[in-house]
Design a protein around this ligand. Structure first.
Ligand code: SAM
Ligand code: GLN
Length: 282
């Protein structure tokens, strides 16, 4: 039996050795306490509930092995919405929340007079993008697709959890949208964009699904597929939004120009000043 405070400090040395910050451990314990309606900071010196202590000790082992905190917890927060995650889906990133901000502001500006905005999120993973958008803007009539049926199961659970109305489909890139004959006002995608040969952080490589990460030898494979097929799924006028890798601006702008001759094509930076979002309006 230990107090919460003691529990927190039991593993300090191991965490130090592995370069994991005490903040991560604190956040983990804080979330476990929250789930059990315990206020960690008020009860810091009280004896830990056995159910919390057990999950904490078990989870800490996984974190020490390098597993991302959100997989251990089983959820994360995205744009303020709780999203369940497991090894079948990428953990939604902060950078992607900025993409949501961009889409909301651009649709606000350019879709003002529309009663509904037909939209799709291609490669939805946990469903984070589709769900946040559907919750934030009621005009969206949202579809979401992924090649991984396991990911779509997670996304469906998240839509239910957040009471979001989304039509989910399993399939390769634009195929499901084409098959259904849906014509989009807005297409969104955060496709896998890491070049196949890139060296990556071990916790990402070991735990996140590779189908969510790698975008062919130059990282651009999935953008190419969407650019090539856009006429089959988009209305005559529309907007496309993508997350991109920080070093892809020049190549991706050039590629986009080949398919969208007269469109407005713009790359926007994330909060860290890195090129992160591609916006196309035609
Ligand atoms: N949209 C989520 C997000 O932003 O957190 C997940 C993005 S993750 C980088 C890319 C997603 O694309 C993964 O869920 C993966 O399963 C999916 N994907 C990979 N190849 C695909 C394909 N050929 N067709 C459709 N989806 C694909
Ligand atoms: N941003 C993610 C990472 O660095 C990759 C996401 C993606 O490929 N779309 O791990």
């Amino acid at each position: 039996m230990s107090s919460y405070n003691k529990l927190l400090h039991t593993y300090t040395k191991e965490f130090d050795e592995k370069g994991i910050s005490l903040e991560t451990v604190k956040l983990f314990l804080f979330e476990l306490c929250n789930e059990n309606k315990v206020n960690l900071y008020l009860d810091l010196d009280k004896e830990a509930l056995p159910v919390i202590e057990e999950r904490f000790r078990e989870g800490v082992k996984r974190i020490l092995d390098g597993e991302p905190l959100n997989y251990v917890l089983g959820y994360t927060y995205f744009f303020g919405y709780k999203m369940l995650v497991n090894g079948d889906v990428l953990i939604p990133r902060y950078e992607t929340e900025e993409l949501i901000g961009l889409i909301l502001s651009k649709t606000d500006e350019y879709c003002k007079d529309m009663d509904k905005i037909v939209a799709a999120d291609i490669g939805t993973g946990s469903g984070a993008i589709a769900i946040a958008l559907a919750k934030e803007e009621k005009k969206f009539e949202m579809s979401a697709t992924d090649i991984s049926s396991e990911a779509v199961e997670v996304a469906k659970a998240n839509a239910k959890l957040n009471k979001a109305k989304i039509s989910f489909m399993v399939g390769d890139m634009l195929e499901p949208i084409k098959e259904k004959g849906i014509k989009l006002d807005v297409l969104i995608s955060n496709p896998p964009y890491i070049p196949s040969e890139e060296v990556m952080e071990k916790s990402v490589i070991d735990y996140e699904p590779h189908v969510a990460l790698f975008g062919g030898s130059d990282g651009l494979k999935f953008y190419r597929m969407i650019f090539e097929g856009h006429k089959d799924v988009m209305k005559e006028h529309g907007m496309l939004f993508f997350e991109i890798g920080y070093d892809q601006k020049e190549r991706i702008t050039k590629l986009a120009r080949e398919y969208f001759e007269n469109a407005h094509i713009e790359v926007l930076k994330d909060i860290n000043g890195k090129d992160r979002m591609l916006w196309i309006r035609y």
